[in-house]
Ligand binder design. Structure first.
Ligand code: ZN
Length: 291
């Protein structure tokens, strides 16, 4: 028993996934070895996503219909290169808010426990958490000043400057992360999520000069994978490079015995590796590096 983070009732809590289960299932299926590793623990094979006892069964069930719609209309088509146009209604805002909120809630708990957050920043996060929670519970119809954005990472045609050093295809396309990001210059805050190339940003406090073109999730609308293109200029965009840098560092930390296991798995089933998305991403990174 415990207090549910969403409805705040004393109920039996279930171990919830922070990032939906379908993401981890597909990540495992598409990995070259059939196993998966998280950047933070490169030597440990992860069987499942991160789980926390935070929600009651009733609240878990509130999330699952929208997760299913997102998986079928966006996630799976994107990962099988079949995503053309996404028509959406409020399920998209609900789905995005449900993961952003889970991530934000757990970060607030951690910030408060470790006392490593400025009180003004904390107030902004707490206010946003309340709005998102009320929205998820159906107590309010809109998200107020909070904005959800979605955009899709595709093969980079041309890289400028140092971009090629980061192996962005492997880093962004091959990883799953979700966390709260606070910027102080300029002042702004976000929840940043990367579901293997599907980039989701919930803006909790917007900086004065940010550009978000064709990425805002409204009550209903559609995204066309052709034109018009997304254009983003925001402090949170630096996070893409931070993710890539973390991944590169964690790869350098993979132990020799883990490397041998990976090579062995590829040797046993080279077909699987050559057909994998991971291999395609390595080729895309190589192509950029050669220019
Ligand atoms: Zn509940």
């Amino acid at each position: 028993m415990g207090k549910c983070a969403l409805c705040q009732e004393e109920r039996e809590l279930e171990k919830s996934h922070i990032i939906p289960k379908f993401v981890f299932r597909s990540m495992k299926r598409n990995s070259p070895t059939g196993n998966m590793r998280m950047a933070s623990q490169p030597n440990r094979v992860i069987q499942d996503g991160d789980k926390q006892a935070m929600l009651c069964g009733v609240c878990e069930d509130r999330f699952s219909p929208n997760e299913t719609i997102f998986a079928n209309k966006v996630y799976h088509p994107y990962h099988s290169d079949n995503l053309q146009v996404v028509e959406y209604e409020q399920w998209l805002n609900h789905f995005i808010t449900s993961i952003s909120w889970r991530s934000l809630y757990l970060d607030i708990v951690e910030f408060v426990r470790d006392q490593n957050i400025d009180i003004i920043d904390l107030d902004i996060l707490i206010e946003a958490e309340k709005i998102m929670r009320e929205f998820l519970l159906g107590e309010r119809k809109d998200l107020g000043h909070i904005e959800n954005h979605i955009f899709f990472f595709g093969p980079i045609k041309e890289a400028s400057g140092d971009t090629s050093e980061f192996d962005l295809h492997t880093a962004i396309g091959g990883s799953v992360v979700g966390y709260t990001y606070i910027s102080h210059d300029p002042d702004s805050s976000y929840v940043f999520l990367n579901l293997q190339g599907i980039l989701i940003v919930t803006i909790l406090k917007k900086a004065v000069e940010e550009v978000w073109e064709n990425t805002l999730v409204e009550e209903k609308g559609f995204f066309n994978m052709g034109e018009p293109k997304h254009a983003v200029s925001s402090p949170v965009f630096n996070e893409l490079f931070a993710v890539a840098k973390d991944l590169r560092e964690s790869r350098e930390k993979i132990s020799e015995s883990q490397k041998e296991k990976i090579v062995e798995a590829i040797r046993k089933n080279p077909e699987r590796f050559l057909k994998s998305k991971a291999y395609q991403r390595l080729k895309d990174d190589e192509r950029i590096r050669k220019r």
